[in-house]
Ligand binder design. Structure first.
Ligand code: HEM
Length: 187
């Protein structure tokens, strides 16, 4: 029974962690784009995004990560046999990348707060696709385990996910260009 409790809260942790990661980098987009605004709007926006990022990281993203990892430890200690599974080893490699991404976001947050970050909004938009790829791979490994098929269906699904991510980027770019055109015609 303990295993099911750990698994339930492992999944709840995953949902919270990813909600936090996705929203955090979206805030980085707005934070970076605030540099294009005139004063005092720029300083007001930057100060506000800094507060929002810190709160999001401390109250949602970090606790989500901790719950996921703690419950995962609960899972493997209840059923240590699972540690011998090949799929878990591959999954852990991707989880390590995800943890690296999580820590990198914290570094960016500090750089944005100190005004040292050189990233543009467009670069943050692209960065925000990285956890999507990790999410898809980790979930597929957790569900299919050692039977993850590498056939046409899987590659079609991967292509669909990439196409969706690319179209979101293109749509955002198109919308931004239209916005810039509108504001230059007003000026
Ligand atoms: C901290 C490292 C992690 C470890 C050691 C770990 C370990 C495990 C274990 C042992 C299970 C139970 C498998 C089963 O009973 O069939 C599980 C389930 C699951 N994990 Fe993780 N996990 C980790 C992180 C993650 C992350 C980051 C995600 C999502 C991005 C994730 C997604 C899932 C999913 C969707 C399941 C449910 C699979 C099922 O019920 O068939 N895990 N995990």
């Amino acid at each position: 029974m303990a295993y099911y409790w750990f698994k339930s809260f492992h999944l709840i942790g995953v949902v919270v962690w990813f909600a936090g990661l996705f929203y955090l980098v979206r805030l980085f987009v707005y934070h970076a784009e605030a540099s294009e605004k005139k004063e005092p709007e720029q300083s007001i926006l930057k100060a506000q995004y800094e507060i929002m990022e810190k709160r999001l990281y401390n109250i949602i993203t970090n606790p989500g990560m901790m719950v996921t990892v703690t419950m995962a430890i609960g899972l493997v200690s209840t059923e240590p046999e699972v540690l011998k599974s090949g799929w878990l080893h591959i999954k852990l490699t991707f989880v390590a990348l995800l943890l690296g991404y999580h820590l990198y976001c914290k570094k960016i947050m500090k750089q944005l707060a100190s005004g040292e970050c050189q990233w543009t909004g467009q670069q943050f938009r692209a960065l925000n696709e990285a956890p999507t790829v990790l999410l898809v791979v980790i979930v597929l490994l957790a569900i299919f385990k050692n039977n993850l098929p590498l056939d046409l269906t899987t590659w079609l699904i991967v292509a669909l996910v990439i196409a969706m991510a690319a179209s979101i980027q293109l749509y955002a770019k198109k919308r931004r260009l239209a916005q810039e055109k509108l504001s230059s015609s007003i000026d």
